[in-house]
Design a protein around this ligand. Structure first.
Ligand code: KIV
Ligand code: ZN
Length: 506
């Protein structure tokens, strides 16, 4: 019997707090529901005390998720734990996740606490949280740079106070795999009362070792792994969920351990997180990168045609990357579209299906056939979009080598008012964004802009990601697709603006 390892996903907390990965609450809910569908055991939905917005989105996720534990991160402070509980109390299975650093450098310079004060603070935080909730996780921040005996002492004390999970993070991604394995085994063996709690690890990727460290920790006795989709997270990121899950699954007899993750949902989950954050994965990213199953060299292609196992250790289908069965076109009906969505692992409600279908018809009029990647992009677009404060009605652009560009756009505000303006720019997209800025009359700064094609070929759909900010603190992402790249950029910019208006209007 292989061991069952619990997957604790922190995409919405450690992932979301990393630069450029912020999501609005609608995007967070879409990601949380997909994580539930993926089968993660625990969804860390946010850090409720960090902002009212975070508290609200943890609250919404708590109310919606039924089949995963929902966790909220709290410092070892009563006010954080109160906020955490306000956000989590409606969850079917809530977990309060408390942390406090245990390394000499963090205790001295950050906390300005003695080791005894750290133990005392951790214990009283756990006892305080226990009044609200049975399931309490305690993390010893920077555990891998802490004295192992001190970590055992802290863990023993918090377990005695009621912690049900103790987590040993490699907070700064400093540990080496065999060293981390020995550290975890030591903690497992020497923590008083360890048999009453579950041991977890949380690895960062500063030296590219987060997945390796997580796997050696499993061998050493960890039963919960904290990780993120696409490996997003602070600095160089966290351990990548999809890589850990597939390493365990592909080499099951080697690890003698598995998870309850539905691997066929991995690809789709990765794309949903990409869309929500606007941060693309590199093409050669293991498991979910664009090239993860591409074979370019002639000798490889020959091998693959004879027998896929020559160069593939897992099938694209096993991670949800389906091959095109039949492209859909303008004569395809809603039923065929819904069927294809289901085959791609996307379930949508009737209203979202209507939105996807009307976009599908518009696109199919301009592009002969839509393949699976195009259809996934349409679905992602429709599911995460904020309500339209501003709706694109018409646009036109003229540009040339020496003239710069002029763009005219007509938008409709949700109040019903029409706005039509023209502006100049260095190029067609610059001109289009200038028009929109004038119409919406807000001082928006464009922070990131990425344009590309969803699939290859002459009639590929253009896809744009943008990230905007108003004050350098709050950020919003937008995604747009169209057969015309300028239109995909306009749609992406408006999607980000609609997301901002929706947030500001709440
Ligand atoms: O990296 C870390 O130590 C953390 C803890 C708060 C779990 O994210
Ligand atoms: Zn972390």
């Amino acid at each position: 019997m292989s061991r069952q390892i619990k997957i604790f996903d922190t995409t919405l907390r450690d992932g979301e707090q990393s630069p450029g990965c912020s999501m609005n609450s609608k995007e967070k809910i879409a990601v949380a529901l997909q994580l539930e569908k993926l089968g993660v055991d625990v969804i860390e939905a946010g850090f409720p005390a960090s902002s009212p917005g975070d508290l609200e989105s943890v609250k919404s996720i708590s109310a919606l998720v039924k089949n995963s534990v929902v966790a909220g991160l709290c410092r070892s402070l009563e006010k954080d734990i109160d906020a955490g509980w306000r956000a989590l109390q409606t969850a079917v299975a809530p977990r309060i996740h408390i942390f406090l650093a245990t390394s000499p450098i963090h205790m001295k310079y950050k906390l300005k606490m003695t080791p005894d004060q750290v133990i005392e603070t951790a214990v009283s935080a756990v006892k305080y949280a226990k009044k609200y909730c049975a399931d309490i996780e305690f993390s010893a921040e920077d555990a891998s740079r802490s004295d192992p005996d001190f970590v055992c002492k802290v863990f023993g004390a918090v377990i005695a106070a009621g912690a049900t999970i103790v987590n040993a993070p490699d907070t700064v991604g400093y540990a080496m795999p065999d060293e981390f394995g020995r550290f975890v085994a030591y903690i497992n063996e020497h923590t008083p009362g360890m048999e009453k709690a579950a041991l977890s690890v949380h690895a960062h990727n500063d030296l590219g070792l987060a997945v390796a460290n997580s796997l050696t920790a499993i061998q050493a006795g960890a039963v919960q792994i904290e990780c993120t989709i696409n490996g997003i997270g602070e600095r160089a990121g966290n351990a990548s969920l999809e890589e850990i899950v597939m390493a365990l699954r592909v080499r099951k007899s080697y690890w003698n351990a598995d998870t309850r993750i539905d691997a066929a949902q991995l690809y789709n989950t990765s794309r949903i997180v990409t869309q929500a954050t606007g941060v693309k994965v590199q093409p050669h990213k293991a498991v979910v990168g664009e090239n993860a199953f591409a074979h370019e060299a002639g000798i490889h292609q020959h091998g693959i045609l004879e027998n896929r196992a020559t160069y593939e250790i897992m099938t694209p289908e096993s991670v949800g990357l389906t091959q095109n069965v039949m492209a859909l076109g303008k004569h395809s009906g809603k039923h065929a579209l819904n069927d294809r969505l289901r085959r791609l692992g996307v379930t949508v409600d009737g209203e979202t299906l209507e939105r996807i279908f009307s976009e599908f018809k518009l696109l199919a009029d301009k592009k002969k056939t839509l393949n699976d990647r195009d259809i996934e992009a349409l679905a992602r677009n429709a599911s995460a979009a904020a309500p339209e404060t501003w709706k694109l009605l018409q646009w036109s652009v003229s540009s040339g080598s020496s003239l710069g560009a002029t763009c005219t756009i007509q938008l409709q505000h949700k109040s019903g008012e029409f706005h039509k303006t023209a502006a100049l720019g260095d190029g067609p997209i610059d001109a289009a964004f200038n028009v929109i800025d004038q119409i919406i009359n807000r001082d928006v700064t464009l922070e990131a802009f990425e344009i590309g094609a969803i699939t290859g070929g002459e009639d590929a759909l253009g896809e744009t990601y943008v990230r905007i900010t108003l004050d350098g603190v709050r950020r919003w992402n937008g995604h747009g697709i169209s057969v015309d790249i300028v239109e995909s950029a306009i749609k992406a910019y408006l999607a980000a603006i609609n997301s901002m208006e929706w947030d500001l209007g709440k």
